[in-house]
Design a protein around this ligand. Structure first.
Ligand code: HSE
Length: 231
């Protein structure tokens, strides 16, 4: 069972996984976050044992594009219109610019990678529509840049806190140089520090690749199970 549909995964991942297990199949959803850019598999498989403590990411291409265009001098409404014309933004861009799209992605990553049990309403959410041209200009004067950041962190008591909000990042921050509609996630690991993956977060071929990568992963797991049985 594979999907890239983030809504059902954010709200019912556990139930869908249990349903898959009861039917003797696997449930994979790599493309629900960052489409074909393999953030879930990289965190779970490639970085296994590195002890993930949290993450922060640019998880909405539209809002990142809009912030970049505002840095170039456009006002918010014109930048959103341009994003719509280029096909980045949804027809109703509210979910893009108000952080609701990012909030679903934070829930998916926090629950899958940090073992949390968050619902969307548990994650504080503030978008970029309140940023003014002078906020953008002030950041540039201070060698920094606004980004819409979706993040989650494991607290000392083991609980996980998720958030979505605009953050002013120093230009040396791993996410500060991610421009245009590109997405990125910086994984905070105990053993390696920050490990950052960047790539497309949407698109037809990119999303289809996510499904292919899930199907390959399911077949590889099936093949290794057969090898183990034979041994
Ligand atoms: N409209 C979304 C974006 C697409 O701009 O990133 C992927 O959720």
């Amino acid at each position: 069972m594979v999907t890239t549909n983030k809504g059902p995964v954010a709200i019912e991942a556990q139930a869908l996984k249990a349903l898959a297990k009861a039917n003797g199949v696997r449930f994979e959803y790599e493309g629900a976050v960052m489409s074909g850019t393999p953030v879930i598999r990289m965190a779970e498989k490639t970085l296994a044992g590195a002890e993930l403590k949290g993450f922060e990411g640019i998880l909405n291409g539209t809002s990142n594009f809009v912030l970049g265009r505002m840095e170039a001098g456009l006002d918010f409404a014109s930048a959103v219109k341009e994003a719509q014309e280029l096909g980045y933004a949804e027809a109703d861009p509210t979910a893009d610019v108000e952080g609701f799209d990012v909030r679903l992605k934070v829930v998916i990553l926090a629950n899958e990678l940090l073992g949390a049990n968050l619902k969307p309403e548990d994650v504080s959410c503030k978008g970029i529509s309140g940023l003014s041209p002078s906020d953008i200009e002030d950041a540039a004067q201070a060698n920094s840049r606004w980004k819409l950041i979706g993040a989650a962190v494991r607290n000392d008591d083991g609980s996980v806190t998720g958030s979505v909000s605009p953050k002013r990042l120093d230009l040396g921050h791993p996410l500060a140089g991610v421009n245009g509609a590109t997405n990125a996630v910086s994984l905070d690991t105990e053993l390696l520090g920050a490990v950052t993956i960047t790539g497309p977060g949407a698109g037809r071929i990119e999303t289809a690749y996510a499904l292919l990568s899930d199907i390959v992963a399911i077949h590889s797991a099936g093949a290794s199970a057969i090898v183990k049985e034979a041994a």
